[in-house]
Design a protein around this ligand. Structure first.
Ligand SMILES: Nc1nc2c(ncn2[C@@H]2O[C@H](COP(=O)(O)OP(=O)(O)OP(=O)(O)O)[C@@H](O)[C@H]2O)c(=O)[nH]1
Ligand SMILES: [Mg+2]
Length: 351
């Protein structure tokens, strides 16, 4: 969310929401729990739609909701299948609603289109949270590329925040690309690990560890000794990354916690860490800076993607694209010469 007053005029579309959508807007902002959740669901369905008229309505709704999407914390929750993400989110979510928070759970799962099931499609481990009036759970949009799925999720975050959901949890499976997508749309990125890291160094992918603001060694109840070993090992690895950071003093340094999602052990220290993180980041300005740079890279990501679609769909480009690609792959034409020629075709020929 950009800070109030900046750039809002730019994002304002020519049309205000149509009258039926005004009611939808009212319900998201001021509806009772049930009405609000239903309205949020409808807005998110509109923005997930591929129909142009839906997209237009969704843009108008988003622009109207944006000023109200403030004061939240966005947490990314990631980890390999079976690590306990759903169990963790259920436990954390229930604790937070009991404290009076409103909790939204969204997912980024680019594989859901292929396998037919979204991460949150299986709600069995969030049984109690999913029916709680202060919770809103939305499965990953099905189908599409990772870019498409994460665009929808980013927009859904704004809808949840406008609906007054002050804690937004974004879940993803531990595959490199979706992990960085989620780290790129959240304020704090939490990585769940199994307590076997001490024995099996392969279990920790360096890439995902570097993204993490907080590492949670889950299932500590199974083997306390292993969990302790994992905590020490991961802690050492994190300090090693941090050692290269010149101004680390004033910054948050990633921490490792032991946890048991099954019996809720460690949940208070987890939330305390989140609060310490948010306080430190807000007072240093890092919180706002991260959101600003996320918004800007989001904008450029969308521009790049649309330009690329436009480019590959251009008749003069399409005419030679396949053959040029083959020539580059075969090494008979240099990549840069091919790019220049394709761009020349794109720029010079009429639409
Ligand atoms: N002993 C123990 N079991 C746990 C813990 N957390 C989760 N489990 C169990 O681990 C299994 C997988 O948990 P899930 O919460 O479904 O894991 P997930 O990461 O959401 O899995 P995917 O959705 O498949 O990616 C379930 O049988 C849970 O009951 C824990 O802290 N301790
Ligand atoms: Mg799950």
């Amino acid at each position: 969310v950009p800070p109030a007053g900046t750039g809002r005029a730019v994002t304002q579309p020519a049309t205000a929401p149509v009258s039926g959508d005004q009611r939808l807007l009212e319900s998201v902002l001021h509806g009772s729990a049930e009405t609000r959740r239903r309205a949020m669901g409808k807005v998110i369905t509109l923005l997930e739609s591929t129909r142009a008229d839906h997209r237009e309505r969704a843009d108008a709704l988003l622009a109207a909701l944006l000023p109200f999407a403030e004061g939240s914390i966005r947490l990314g929750i990631s980890g390999v299948p079976g690590v306990g993400k759903s169990t963790f989110i259920e436990a954390l979510g229930l604790m937070l609603v009991a404290k009076g928070h409103r909790v939204a759970v969204l997912a980024v799962d680019p594989s859901s289109g292929v396998t037919g099931g979204a991460i949150l499609g299986d709600k069995t481990r969030m049984e109690r949270l999913s029916v709680h009036p202060q919770a809103f759970i939305r499965p990953s949009p099905s189908g599409g590329t990772l870019g498409g799925v994460s665009e929808k999720t980013r927009e859904a975050i704004l809808v949840c925040e406008a609906g007054g959901y002050d804690v937004v949890l974004v879940e993803t499976v531990g595959t490199g690309q979706s992990e960085s997508a989620v780290a790129g749309m959240t304020d704090m990125y939490c990585l769940l690990q199994l307590p076997n890291a001490g024995d099996d160094l392969q279990a920790i992918k360096r890439g995902s560890l570097e993204l993490a603001d907080l590492v949670v060694v889950n299932k500590a109840d199974i083997d306390a000794a292993a969990a302790g070993k994992a905590q020490a090992y991961i802690g050492a690895a994190l300090r090693l990354f941090g050692a290269y950071d010149a101004d680390a003093q004033h910054r948050w340094r990633a921490e490792v916690l032991q946890f048991s999602a099954l019996n809720g052990e460690g949940i208070e220290s987890f939330w305390q860490a989140v609060e310490r993180f948010a306080e430190l980041q807000r007072s240093s300005g890092a919180f706002q800076a991260r959101r600003r740079s996320q918004s800007l890279s989001w904008m450029w990501e969308r521009i790049d993607s649309r330009l690329r679609d436009h480019f590959t769909g251009h008749p003069a480009v399409r005419e030679v694209l396949q053959q040029t690609s083959a020539a580059v792959a075969a090494g008979t034409v240099s990549a840069s010469a091919a790019a220049r020629e394709l761009l020349r075709r794109f720029a010079s020929s009429g639409r």
